[in-house]
Design a protein around this ligand. Structure first.
Ligand code: C5P
Length: 222
């Protein structure tokens, strides 16, 4: 059993950016590569979990032995997450766009007489908070991420409380860190019991360590 510590467990993982349409040819996006979320899905599947990976648009291949649902927008991602429930562990590694364009046009916006377009933005649903605050069918372990450029651990503590999740995996994504799009990550695992700051590791190693900790947590809870 030690080799497959998540055997019999169901997990969902969100990964990658979202694309929020402006019109049929343009969108708002961010620099998330999906590498960390995909690595977690892969590591969890290798540990024996039945994994659904809900991925925004990325250039990565689908990980082996994982059910992959491809989505574009935050609203599509939320719908796919709700369809994947119930699960034992939900990991929200996606960099969901905070805002979408209020009324994305059905036709391409043209240059010209109307001047420069004004984009009205509205807030997207918070997928992590929506799942973590469910009164029925809340996954026993809900893990969020926090990409920060300063006050990494402080902000993560606040985020843990605000979102109602069990862990926040916080990482420094300032330009100097090279985390966004890079292959290595320095993370702090923040729970209600405290903070574990891990040394810089590959995103694969971070994924394996997170999966091992998830397995230990679920085992403790019986
Ligand atoms: O608030 P912030 O975006 O920094 O929170 C990051 C965490 O929340 C990540 O786990 C991310 O996947 C999740 N999130 C989400 N839906 C959103 C925004 C963030 O699931 N609309």
């Amino acid at each position: 059993p030690a080799a497959r510590p998540l055997a019999g467990m169901k997990m969902l993982v969100t990964s990658g950016p979202t694309h929020e349409p402006i019109d049929p040819v343009r969108y708002i996006a961010n620099r998330s590569s999906g590498k960390q979320g995909h690595a977690i899905a892969r590591a969890a599947a290798a540990a024996g979990a039945a994994v659904t990976l809900i991925s925004g648009p990325v250039t990565l291949a689908d990980p082996p032995c994982v059910t992959v649902v491809h989505v574009e927008s935050a609203r599509d991602m939320l719908a796919a997450v709700e369809a994947a429930l119930p699960v034992d562990v939900a990991v929200f590694a996606a960099a969901v766009a905070d805002w979408r364009v209020a009324s994305a046009g059905a036709q391409k916006i043209k240059k010209g007489a109307a001047g420069t377009p004004q984009l009205d933005l509205v807030e997207n649903p918070d997928i992590l908070a929506t799942v973590a605050r469910r009164t029925s069918g809340r996954p026993p372990l809900v893990v969020g991420f926090a990409a920060e450029t300063e006050h990494v651990v402080d902000n993560a503590r606040k985020k843990l409380a605000r979102k109602g999740c069990d862990w926040i995996v916080a990482n420094d994504v300032s330009a100097e860190s090279g985390v966004m799009g890079g292959d290595r990550n320095t993370v702090h695992v923040v729970t209600r019991d405290g903070v574990d700051s891990w040394p810089i590791q590959s995103k694969e190693e971070v994924a394996q360590a997170l999966v091992a900790r998830m397995a230990a947590t679920l085992k403790d809870r019986g």
